[in-house]
Write a protein that binds this ligand. Structure first.
Ligand code: IPE
Ligand code: IPE
Ligand code: MG
Length: 240
């Protein structure tokens, strides 16, 4: 699959709820409508990989009631969207740690991963209990194990070998969107975003829709990416 890889830091659910005098978790519930709409729109916008930051490893610092609601919501999402995701050819996979995800949510998530594994229209990656620095450390640990058993020379360690374990088969990020006006990465795809275009919007995540993804992609289309090279090859100067 070759197309665009878009990552979204879905931020601002709490602020959305607060502005409406509602408890924070209502913002997370409202955010699911945005996820659904964006996932529906992505394939029509030439997005073939979409990585959504759903729960960071630092989000464990939040009150247990909020954390519990988020994992309940994840389970509900996996159940309620299953039929549509299958129908639309969406392959779902989770990235991040799995050992701390509550068992009922993990079971439903893995069932969804299994059911949708043949989808080709869109690869939807849900970053859950995700920390980019943790992913990078895991890659280093894996390479160290390979060195230890004599299968790898340390001199052969290079970005391409690290990438095998960090990217997990997904291409590097083309466009990184963050909602709610914050302009930071919060430990999201630090490696894969090496040459990503960054796009910030003041919209809160529950307000974000497929049309806003389309606007971000239109802006992306106007950016010039040269990956350290030169955009135009200058005509060769004739010598003599
Ligand atoms: C993003 O919204 C959702 C998660 C981090 C799970 P927030 O909950 O961070 O919303 P704000 O930033 O407090 O408004
Ligand atoms: C990043 O948002 C994590 C997710 C969107 C899941 P946070 O709201 O947790 O990030 P900070 O604390 O503002 O950096
Ligand atoms: Mg936030």
């Amino acid at each position: 699959m070759s197309g665009m890889h878009v990552g979204i830091i879905m931020d601002g659910n709490g602020r959305w709820a607060k502005a409406r005098g509602k408890p924070r978790w209502r913002g997370h519930v409202a955010g699911v409508d945005s996820v659904r709409d964006v996932v529906r729109s992505a394939p029509n916008l030439a997005v073939t990989t979409l990585t959504l930051y759903a729960f960071s490893s630092d989000n464990w610092k939040r009150p247990p009631t909020e954390v519990g609601r988020l994992f309940w919501l994840l389970r509900e999402y996996c159940r309620s969207e299953r039929a549509e995701l299958l129908e639309n050819g969406v392959r779902v996979s989770a990235i991040g740690r799995r050992d701390r995800i509550p068992r009922s949510a993990l079971g439903t998530l893995e069932e969804l991963e299994d059911a949708t594994r043949h989808g080709t229209a869109l690869h939807l990656r849900l970053a859950i209990d995700y920390s980019s620095r943790w992913m990078i450390s895991q890659a280093a640990a894996q390479l160290a194990r390979n060195v230890q058993r004599g299968a790898l020379d340390p001199d052969e360690i290079c970005p391409a070998r690290m990438e095998q374990f960090i990217n997990q088969g997904a291409p590097d990020l083309d466009l990184l969107i963050r909602t709610a006006g914050e302009q930071r990465l919060s430990d999201f795809m630090l490696w894969e975003a090496a040459y990503a275009e960054l796009y910030y919007t003041k919209l809160l995540w529950p307000e974000f829709r497929g049309r806003d993804l389309a606007s971000a992609l239109a802006e992306f289309g106007r950016r010039k990416r040269s990956f350290g090279g030169l955009l135009k090859i200058e005509p060769q100067v004739k010598v003599g």
